[in-house]
Ligand binder design. Structure first.
Ligand code: ARG
Length: 281
């Protein structure tokens, strides 16, 4: 039998490189929705904690299967959102800053996470003075930090982070309450590219993002409303909602490997993959 030569060679995609990461996670032992601080949270809708635990466990073991290390922070009773470890602070190059939350419902998470960072041996550790919801609103992309304000972290927090970490901080403004944290509307893909949902940002911020990231993946409404942008990338594998079909296809077309994750139960609190994951950079 003769083989037929391929007439069309596939489009070359850039070679992507996965690098092992260290993530902090908090098991949703106390997960619940009994208050509402974002439009996703409806305390009248029941939460299946057993399912939340199983979905979260799948995320954890998936990270491990792809070669990433996980540090576990114990959750605390009465702090149902503590599972969203991304909000605990920001850790870059051995320096750590623990969060200061906007809402009294989450205020006690700041000191709880701070104590954990201290127990972990971070000596360069401060508690944020300004309202600062950690990697929910501050995402390191290469040398710079993209930071959001509008719903949670304050502009003063952006200045505080720039001073403490000695890095340029780009301030962005969120305008749609469904996308109340930066990581609900923008995902770092690698050291120099992002995916984002433009309608979540003010016109000025959209102009900044277009100028900084002309090759960004621009997500659709359908991807954004399932919190598809709330993903975690290791430079090649992108852990992303299994409901974000368009975004997954776009990632694949750019040479990334989307890994679908189902966190439907945590979505009831407005959280997804990235919310559950703090990266120790
Ligand atoms: N219920 C939590 C809140 O509104 C969800 C936090 C999700 N975390 C995140 N990094 N976006 O604060």
């Amino acid at each position: 039998m003769t083989s037929v030569a391929t007439l069309h060679t596939p489009e070359p995609t850039p070679a992507r490189q996965s690098t092992p990461r260290r993530f902090v996670m908090c098991r949703p032992d106390h997960f619940d929705v009994f208050y509402s601080i974002n439009p996703w949270m409806n305390p009248a809708e029941p939460v299946d904690r057993t399912l939340a635990l199983a979905q979260w466990e799948t995320l954890r073991t998936t990270f491990e299967r792809y070669g990433h290390d996980i540090d576990l922070v114990p959750g605390e009773p009465g702090l149902p959102d503590m599972v969203f470890a991304a909000n605990s602070g920001l850790v870059i190059g051995g320096r750590a800053m623990s969060a200061r939350f906007t809402h009294p419902e989450r205020a006690a998470e700041g000191p709880a996470y701070h104590d954990w960072f201290a127990r972990c041996g971070f000596t360069e550790l401060v508690a944020a003075h300004e309202i600062n919801e950690g990697e929910g609103d501050f995402l390191r992309v290469g040398p710079r930090i993209l930071a959001a304000t509008g719903f949670r972290s304050s502009p003063a927090a952006h200045r505080e982070v720039a001073r403490y970490f000695g890095r340029p901080v780009v301030s962005l403004e969120l305008v749609d309450p469904r996308f109340y944290h930066l990581d609900t509307a923008l995902m770092a893909l690698d050291e120099d590219n992002i995916a984002y949902f433009p309608a979540a940002f003010s016109a000025d911020s959209r102009a900044i993002l277009t100028a900084l990231y002309p090759d960004a993946i621009v997500a659709t409404d359908a991807d954004a409303v399932v919190l598809g942008l709330n993903g975690v990338s290791d430079g090649f594998n992108v852990f992303v909602s299994n409901r974000a079909a368009g975004l997954s296809a776009a990632l694949r077309a750019r040479g990334y490997n989307p890994v679908g994750i189902d966190l439907s139960e945590l979505l009831k609190a407005g959280g997804g993959v990235k919310c559950c994951t703090l990266e120790l950079h």
